[in-house]
Structures are given as C-alpha cells and as structure tokens.
Design a protein around this ligand. Structure first.
Ligand SMILES: CC(C)(COP(=O)(O)OP(=O)(O)OC[C@H]1O[C@@H](n2cnc3c(N)ncnc32)[C@H](O)[C@@H]1OP(=O)(O)O)[C@@H](O)C(=O)NCCC(=O)NCCS
Length: 170
C-alpha cells in the first residue's frame, strides 16, 4: 500500500536517499539534508507500507516553494524507479496544486527535464525569461545557468488556461 501524505522530520533520511540519487543523475538539483529539514513543511511524500512486516519506505516526494504572492514552484519531484507509472507523480502534483489553490496562488511552475509529464498535468511550456523571480533568486547562482537543459512549464488555473487534469476550464 502506498500513502501520499505530508512529510515529517522522521522522513528526511529516507527522502535524502532518493534526492541524492536523482541529483547524481542530474534529474534534479541537489538538496542538502539541512535544506530539507528547514523546508519540511513544503514537502509531500509517497510512503510504501509493506504488508506483513509493516516496513515503511519513502518512494516519492515533491515540494511547493512559494516564490511570490502569485507564484509558486514545484520542486524536487521524484518517484522511485520501481514505483513510476503508478500515478504517484500525479497524486503528489495534484496535492501541491490543491495547496497552492488554498493559498490563492494562481500560478505554478516547474523547471524540468521531463516536460511531457507536466504537460499531462495541464501545464504549458513557457520560456524561463517569463519567470524573472526564479532567474534572479536561483538560476543566476546555478553552475548550469548558461548551459541549462531544463524546460520551464507553467500552470495558471486562474486564467482558465487548463486545469490540473489537463481539461479546458471555464
Ligand atoms: C517524472 C516523474 C515524476 C513522473 O512520475 P510518475 O509517478 O511515474 O508519473 P504518473 O504515473 O503519475 O504519470 C501521470 C501521467 O504522466 C505520464 N508520464 C509520466 N512520466 C512521463 C514522461 N516522462 N513523459 C511524458 N509523460 C509522462 C504518464 O504516462 C501518465 O499519463 P496518463 O495519465 O495518461 O496515464 C517520475 O518519472 C520521476 O521521478 N522521474 C525522474 C525524476 C524527474 O525527472 N523528476 C522531474 C523533475 S521536476
């Protein structure tokens, strides 16, 4: 059984295993343990509970970083390879979108090498230049800034572009 829930401080060691592996593969930017502890309230995790021995393990996660009053970023979305394709990425993003809505944040973006997944979630491609807050806050400090291979995707449900199930909204 896999539960999607808010992260707790006890999850951090298990989260770091996944985060370090995907950072090593350059799928996400590195996150330090210190950073994850400090931002733990931003994170949602997928936890696998094995039947019988009650062993629990973290098999996926994602975080929502508020950038400004009308903009948030989905960061560090990763699903363990053994659990990909089961809808966990969708469930985590859906929860993060719901949280942004609760906070009245109309726009969410992500920088990703997997834009196809986000397009399925109703995001649209955009140019990094349309996200100056992100560029000035993070990108200019990134060693890959001038050779960035990530794509910017954005979801603006307030403008009725698409909703998070990928359908046209009114
Ligand atoms: C990208 C990732 C988060 C997707 O998570 P997932 O749990 O495997 O995805 P889901 O099962 O929820 O898929 C939801 C939909 O997106 C589609 N999808 C998943 N990955 C996709 C991809 N790379 N390209 C295009 N579509 C994709 C699925 O087919 C599914 O479509 P459907 O609803 O029509 O069946 C996961 O593959 C992953 O962790 N990849 C490595 C790390 C990474 O690249 N993270 C993104 C950095 S921001």
């Amino acid at each position: 059984m896999i539960n999607i829930r808010r992260a707790t401080l006890d999850d951090v060691p298990g989260m770091m295993v996944q985060l370090n592996e995907y950072a090593r593969q350059a799928e996400i930017l590195p996150r330090t343990k210190d950073d994850v502890y400090r931002t733990i309230r931003e994170w949602v995790v997928a936890e696998k509970v094995e039947d019988g021995d009650l062993t629990q393990s973290i098999v996926g996660m994602g975080s929502l970083l508020i950038m400004w009053r009308d903009l948030a970023e989905i960061r560090s979305l990763v699903i363990d390879p053994t659990c990909q394709g089961l809808g966990l990425g969708r469930q985590i993003v859906t929860l993060l979108i719901a949280e942004a809505k609760t906070l009245n944040i109309p726009q969410l973006f992500a920088l990703t090498r997997k834009p196809g997944f986000f397009l399925k979630m109703g995001f649209q491609m955009t140019r990094l230049e349309t996200l100056p807050r992100k560029v000035h806050r993070d990108c200019v400090f990134c060693p890959r800034f001038h050779a960035c291979d990530e794509v910017a995707v954005i979801l603006n449900y307030e403008l009725g572009i698409t909703n998070y199930e990928g359908r046209r909204s009114s």
